[in-house]
Design a protein around this ligand. Structure first.
Ligand code: NAP
Length: 285
């Protein structure tokens, strides 16, 4: 059996096209959605991510601002800027590109972002709302994965779901979303004993490990839905996921590729969250 490939790139493009009308409707009400992206430091990968986010905003007619600081900047200056952005009516979403340099208190920076502009969904209040099953902003990567399930009519209720990885950015919110959708969820980490024993039970397997081709064909259940969140740069410069795509393709029922899977969905859901923030503001709630 050869798995069906879930085309994240095409789905992301369809969604982005559908955003244009929502953006223009908001602009007519004086609320053109605006995203501010704050970057600290000269990390090349982060610079590319920030540029892609800003360009994606412009492509759907959104306003976007990029604020860049040198790595050695005083954290107080960044906190002051966040306070200004919190009060700026042209800005509906604020994103601080992570990771921050070592002299920053990352939690304090995330806590400084206004809860109703926290389009990354990392503020403790928004994490709590998600845990209670009443989310306002869902972290973009797991939100994108859930959108893939929804658009692919993949029913999660009663399914065995296994998430490899427990980070605050991907694994943990992914697990909460799957719990909220009625799946039976197991979350694995680097200390999990008999990892393959867990993954082989999974109807839905989400890999967010950060290790190239970590999930092999013998670790998955025939017919499973396999979602590869990983983005790993190989020595030859090519990108690859956490799943051995070629091997798992022959065993899975559905599978996401890297590139062209979860990656394009992540930025798309950042746009979605910013538009939702602007819609809430326009509606007065
Ligand atoms: P992370 O913070 O490094 O977390 C990795 C997780 O994998 C940790 O919970 C770790 O366990 C677990 N892990 C490591 N080795 C393991 C093993 N041998 N067995 C089981 N679990 C193991 O990474 P992240 O931020 O969640 O990102 C994960 C991957 O997704 C990375 O490749 C990243 O680049 C990618 N990513 C992609 C997108 C996208 O848009 N597609 C967005 C964000 C991240 P411990 O907690 O025990 O250490």
């Amino acid at each position: 059996m050869t798995a069906q490939i879930i085309d994240g790139k095409a789905l992301a493009e369809d969604l982005r096209q559908s955003f244009k009308a929502r953006v223009e409707a908001l602009a007519e009400k004086g609320q053109r959605p605006g995203l501010a992206v704050v970057l600290v430091g000269e990390d090349l990968a982060s610079q590319v991510y920030v540029r892609n986010k800003v360009n994606a905003c412009h492509a759907v007619g959104m306003h976007s601002e990029k604020i860049i600081y040198a790595a050695a900047v005083d954290p107080e200056i960044v906190l002051k800027k966040i306070a200004e952005l919190n009060a700026d009516p042209a800005i509906h979403g604020i994103l601080v590109q992570l990771p921050l340099p070592g002299h920053f208190d990352e939690k304090a920076v995330l806590a400084a972002i206004a809860v109703d502009k926290d389009v990354d969904g990392f503020h403790a209040t928004n994490v709590g709302a998600l845990a209670q099953g009443n989310p306002r902003f869902i972290p973009c990567t797991p939100y994108g994965v859930m959108k893939m399930f929804e658009k692919g009519r993949i029913d999660l209720s009663g399914k065995e779901a296994v998430v490899i990885g427990r980070s605050n950015i991907v694994g943990k919110p992914m697990a909460l979303l799957l719990i909220n959708a009625g799946a039976t969820v197991t979350v694995c980490n680097s200390r999990t004993k008999d990892l393959a024993g867990h993954t082989r039970r999974a109807d839905i397997l989400v890999a967010a490990v950060g290790k190239p081709r970590f999930v092999t064909a013998d670790m998955i259940k025939p017919g499973a839905v396999v979602v590869d969140v990983g983005i790993n740069r190989l020595p030859d410069g090519k990108l690859c996921g956490d799943v051995d795509f070629a091997g798992c393709l022959e065993v899975a029922g559905q599978i996401t590729p890297v590139p062209g899977g979860v990656g394009p969905m992540t930025i798309t859901m950042l746009l979605a969250n910013t538009i939702e923030a602007a819609e809430r503001k326009a509606a007065g709630n």
